[in-house]
Design a protein around this ligand. Structure first.
Ligand SMILES: C[S@@+](CC[C@H](N)C(=O)[O-])C[C@H]1O[C@@H](n2cnc3c(N)ncnc32)[C@H](O)[C@@H]1O
Length: 343
């Protein structure tokens, strides 16, 4: 009688680290988010180096608790230590605190901890109850604006400069429409970057538009900007645009074909539609990459507003079936791709 060999495969010891690394990531995430909210990261950036006692005194926090946070920040690689003093590891100040940097990721920590991502998802897991933007909290809207800002920073002007022929038109002056403009960070950036252009922001959420109007006033560009409160599925603009942008929102549209038809109708002949969005992985390997895993986190919120992030190639198909020409795409980071075409 032959005895069959035991099936080979990973051992329990092989598999356990997979789970333990998730727990370690959770601890690192909470440490960074807490450091951002409490001002500990800001203070370390300003001080250069500081002991837990210095930090606690300046921020009026408990010294023992601050020492616990510092050690965890060291463990996460966010801080380094020199004797008793801690300082931020290289580039952490830029990545976590500089909202003007194209590499800014600090906003993502705040967003993923909001009720609207995991907590509400779990509450409605059985009922499947959906949500719309006007039911989200002001903290959520502010958090989303923080996450969208580096996307605009990379897109304007760097990403747009990679769309053939577009930079010249923007420099000369033309009409730009930012569809799903949200709280207006992009409208301000576009108006400031292209002083000869007029910028129109369109969004379906009134609260976001109120914030956007305040933002353009504060930035001193209100005279060259205008806002339209409308679902993109019903968007009808009075004057033709040279370029229509959509930043991290195209995947959210309930009917992307209706929106694309409206965008085409809003463009002058030869005008550009530029879709800047998360390129959701279309392979299991891509899903398991770090960017893929982060985008899986975003999908928990997207599901509640009844959509999902899309693979970038879906936008080639979309623009192609609506007769856009000169299609092209640029990858700006592993979580940010730009797809464009001409009307
Ligand atoms: C993720 S936020 C992005 C906002 C902004 N583009 C940014 O990057 O900060 C999505 C925005 O799209 C708007 N939105 C989503 N679907 C829409 C639709 N079908 N019509 C109009 N606005 C829509 C929401 O109201 C929200 O302000």
């Amino acid at each position: 009688m032959t005895v069959s060999a035991a099936p080979t495969g990973p051992t329990l010891q092989d598999q356990a680290p997979l789970l333990l690394s998730q727990i370690a990531g959770y601890v690192g995430h909470r440490t960074v988010a807490l450091g951002l909210r409490s001002g500990l990261l800001d203070r370390l950036a300003a001080a250069g180096a500081a002991t837990p006692d210095d930090l606690a005194e300046t921020l009026d926090l408990d010294p023992f608790y601050v020492s616990v946070w510092c050690r965890s920040a060291l463990a996460a690689g966010v801080c380094e230590r020199d004797g008793e003093a801690y300082r931020l590891a290289p580039h952490m100040a830029t990545l976590l605190l500089d909202t003007t940097s194209p590499g800014y990721v600090g906003g993502v920590f705040a967003v993923l901890e909001q009720h609207e991502v995991f907590d509400r998802f779990e509450q409605v897991l059985a009922s499947g109850e959906r949500l719309w933007w006007d039911e989200t909290s002001p903290e959520w809207i502010a958090g989303v604006a923080g996450t969208g800002t580096p996307f605009y920073t990379r897109l304007v002007p760097g990403g747009l400069a990679q769309v053939p022929g577009l930079a010249e038109r923007l420099a000369a002056g033309c009409r730009i429409v930012d569809t799903a403009c949200g709280a207006g960070a992009g409208v301000v950036r576009l108006a400031q970057t292209y002083p000869e252009c007029e910028v129109v922001g369109v969004d379906g959420d009134g609260h976001s538009l109120d914030l956007a109007r305040e933002r353009v006033e504060q930035a001193g560009v209100a005279g060259r900007t205008a806002f339209v409160h409308s679902p993109l599925e019903e968007m009808a603009l009075a004057e033709p645009a040279t370029v229509v942008i959509n930043n991290i929102s195209m995947h959210e549209c309930r009917d992307i074909d209706a929106v694309t038809r409206n965008v085409k109708a809003a463009l002058e002949p030869g005008g550009w539609f530029v879709i800047s969005d998360f390129p959701f992985p279309d392979t299991d390997e891509g899903l398991r990459s770090v960017p893929g895993r982060i985008m899986c986190g975003i999908q928990f919120f997207e599901a509640q507003i009844d959509d999902q992030l899309l693979p970038r190639a879906a936008y080639d198909d979309l623009l192609g079936r609506h007769g856009f020409t000169d299609l092209g795409a640029v990858t700006l980071t592993p979580v940010h791709a730009v797809t464009y075409g001409r009307a």
